[in-house]
Design a protein around this ligand. Structure first.
Ligand code: SF4
Length: 151
C-alpha cells in the first residue's frame, strides 16, 4: 500500500502537474475518467468505477456520458447479481454488460444500491430475504453465490 501511494503521487506529479483534481477537472466522459483512474497502480476496475460514481454523485464533479459508467465488480454486487439472477454467471464482463442492459442511461447508478443490499441484507451466509427491498422480485437463488466469499 505505501508503495502504491508513492507511485500514485509520482503519477500525479508526472501526468497531472502535481494537482490530482486535474484528473477529473476537464469534464471528462465517465469511461475516460474510469480509465484514468484505472491507470494508477493499485486501482483496478472496482475502485475506478466506484470513484467515478462518488466524484459525480457525492462530490458534484461534472462527468459527461454517464451512460458509459459502470458498476464495480465488487463482492457484494456479485452476490446480489447472482442470487437475484441479474447475471448469468460470476464474470466481470458479464455483470458489467448486465448492468448496462438494466440501466442503460447510467449503469453505474446501480452500484451503490446493489452494494447496500449486499451489505445490509444479502449476507454471505444466510441472507435476510424477508426484509430485503428486492424480496418481491428476487428469485432468491442463494446457492448461486456460495463461492462468493471474502478473501
Ligand atoms: S431477496 Fe434475498 S437473495 Fe435476493 S437480493 Fe435480497 S437478500 Fe439477496
Amino acid at each position: 500500500m505505501p508503495g502504491w501511494i508513492v507511485r500514485a503521487a509520482q503519477r500525479v506529479i508526472d501526468r497531472y502537474d502535481g494537482d490530482a483534481s486535474t484528473i477529473w477537472s476537464d469534464n471528462p466522459s465517465a469511461d475516460a475518467l474510469q480509465k484514468r483512474l484505472d491507470d494508477f497502480v493499485g486501482i483496478a476496475q472496482k475502485k475506478a468505477a466506484m470513484a467515478v460514481e462518488i466524484l459525480e454523485r457525492d462530490l458534484g464533479v461534472p462527468v459527461r456520458n454517464l451512460e458509459r459508467s459502470d458498476i464495480a465488480y465488487d463482492i457484494h454486487i456479485r452476490r446480489v447479481f447472482l442470487r437475484a439472477r441479474l447475471a448469468d454467471r460470476d464474470d466481470r464482463d458479464v455483470m458489467i454488460a448486465a448492468a448496462r442492459r438494466l440501466h442503460h442511461e447510467r449503469p453505474g447508478a446501480l452500484d451503490l444500491p446493489t452494494w447496500l443490499i449486499g451489505r445490509g441484507w444479502c449476507h454471505p451466509g444466510v441472507p435476510d430475504c424477508a426484509t430485503c427491498p428486492l424480496s418481491h422480485v428476487c428469485p432468491k437463488e442463494v446457492e448461486r453465490a456460495a463461492h462468493v466469499i471474502s478473501t
